[in-house]
Design a binder for this molecule. Structure first.
Ligand code: SAH
Length: 250
């Protein structure tokens, strides 16, 4: 009997010990990711400074930088890519798609000039990372993904991380989300050969859209589309970029 009790006490002690090891490994990993994330934010600041002549600013909005320093990018990449999650570069996320470079995510978020009350539409959910950054800054984000498997896993991930202000949908983003529009801002994260007219219609007067425009597999121009209060539209090319193509039947 005594032997059995001793065995049970030892087994309980061992599991407590293993539990403590697992917890402390997680704490270590979280701390490592947090410090890598701060390093990523410093690299974004440097890239912004290096591209000042294109983007006409030497620093981005601090609210945007703080969102970049908060969202756990390692949760948005496949496990095999987690150790590279905070490098300032795009990474594969499966299905031939990529999570955008952090500098580009920060820049696009800055350029659409958001305030807390805004409603934003994103085309190309991918991993859900850009949607999470937007969700840190505005009260409501709608995002559309054409690849069902990506859209479903992004929806699950965003829910798990507590981004309850993001609504996801599987479909062709070329046509936007007219039932929820018009939007203060639209962010398109896949390259289109032209500016989709249905999306222009879904920009609010005074609102803005950012979209990479150009041919597939070549450098595209990140294009800012502004709609004034009268509904007139002006466009401006900001920076050469390289995005995966906007697919679909349009
Ligand atoms: N914003 C994403 C990265 C985008 S990669 C992130 O933060 O991870 C571009 C995404 O656009 C891909 O997932 C691709 O499947 C999607 N896409 C391409 N064409 C689309 C379309 N017509 N409608 C919606 N999504 C589209």
């Amino acid at each position: 009997m005594r032997t059995r009790e001793t065995y049970l006490v030892r087994a309980a002690g061992l599991s407590l010990y293993l539990f403590a090891i697992v917890i402390s490994m997680n704490v270590c990993a979280d701390e490592r990711f947090a410090s890598q994330r701060q390093q990523m934010v410093r690299e974004i600041r440097q890239s912004v400074a290096d591209t000042t002549r294109y983007i006409s600013k030497s620093a981005l909005n601090e609210r945007v930088m703080s969102a970049m320093g908060t969202v756990p990018r390692h949760e948005f990449v496949p496990p095999s890519k987690q150790s590279s999650a905070y490098q300032n570069r795009p990474l594969p996320i499966g299905h031939g798609q990529t999570i955008s470079q952090p500098y580009i995510v920060a820049l696009m978020t800055d350029l659409v000039d958001l305030v807390e009350q805004d409603t934003v539409l994103e085309i190309g959910t991918g991993s859900g990372y850009q949607a999470a950054i937007l969700a840190e800054l505005v009260h409501k984000v709608y995002t559309i993904e054409i690849v069902e498997a990506l859209g479903l896993s992004a929806a699950k991930r965003l829910q798990k991380l507590g981004y309850n202000n993001v609504e996801t949908r599987i479909g062709d983003g070329y046509y936007g989300w007219p039932e929820q529009g018009p939007f203060d801002a639209i962010v398109v994260t896949a390259a289109s050969s032209h500016i989709p007219p249905p999306l222009v219609r879904q920009i609010k007067p005074g609102g803005i859209m950012l979209i990479p425009v150009g041919s597939q597999f070549q450098v595209q121009q990140l294009t800012l589309v502004r709609k004034d209060e009268k509904g007139d539209v002006i466009t401006r090319q900001v920076l050469p970029v390289r995005f995966v193509p906007l697919t679909g039947g349009h």
